[in-house]
Design a protein around this ligand. Structure first.
Ligand SMILES: [Zn+2]
Length: 243
């Protein structure tokens, strides 16, 4: 499946594309030549998105309201089980992955190779809601339906983040599950993305990208030095406020 064959949110279409024609997420660090290094996330870019409440995929602002993530199988199963048991759903395990718009995360679910493949992250231990889910943990609801859960697009009411300079990593905590859309394959989310994009064309929901589309700022595009400098400025401003 090529990116051209699938629906693309306008703010993602406006991003720089790599040599193969794939849009490069705002969160993806670039090498000195400006080429994306897809396998890793960038603390500088995560920090910028966290502080300025920007979508980690398209780099444009996220309005007040829920924020979205693509989550792995183990976390999805824990959230499904908690919902079924009527437990309040809270996820205390910090994630290094910054949130984004609903449409952008629906898109990421089937285009990001690290998210679209079921089991891509399965097999790693996951500490979800204080319960350690390890390889071989029975998969509650998925066993009953015969569907293997590959992951989900999940909405959360709010996020907090913490930056630890020594570790050079931003840790996100998400609270208040607002929506859970499990999928077997990331491509299962394509019809919902088509519907969401059609919706936002006619009547923009609260989460829609603004009609006068704001572009991804220069400091989240292809120049890594500019991104690093902007993140440093954010940190220096935060330190100055503390004094
Ligand atoms: Zn976005």
């Amino acid at each position: 499946m090529t990116p051209r064959a699938t629906p693309v949110p306008p703010a993602i279409a406006a991003l720089p594309h790599d040599l193969r024609g794939y849009p490069t997420p705002a969160i993806t660090p670039r090498d000195p030549e400006g080429n994306p290094t897809f396998a890793i996330t960038s603390a500088a870019r995560s920090l910028i998105c966290a502080v300025e409440r920007r979508c980690s995929i398209c780099g444009t602002p996220m309005p007040p309201g829920p924020v979205y993530r693509v989550i792995a199988a183990a976390e999805t199963e824990a959230l499904v089980a908690a919902q079924a048991a009527g437990r309040s759903v809270a996820n205390k395990a910090p994630s290094p992955e910054a949130p984004g718009h609903r449409t952008c995360m629906l898109f990421a679910a089937f285009t990001c190779p690290f998210l679209a493949r079921p089991n891509a992250r399965r097999g790693q231990d996951a500490d979800v809601m204080g319960a350690a889910l390890t390889r071989g943990t029975p998969r509650g609801s998925s066993a009953e339906t015969g569907n293997d859960i590959g992951g989900a697009v999940a909405g959360f009411a709010e996020y907090e983040f913490r930056y630890t300079p020594g570790e050079n990593q931003v840790a996100f905590i998400f609270t208040g599950l607002t929506e859970l859309r499990p999928h077997q394959l990331g491509a299962d989310q394509i019809p919902e993305l088509i519907a969401a994009l059609a919706d936002s064309d006619s009547q923009p929901p609260a989460d829609a990208q603004p009609p006068t589309m704001e572009a991804c700022p220069p400091y989240l595009l292809n120049d890594e030095a500019v991104a690093e400098a902007h993140a440093r400025a954010i940190l220096e401003a935060a330190m100055a406020r503390k004094q």
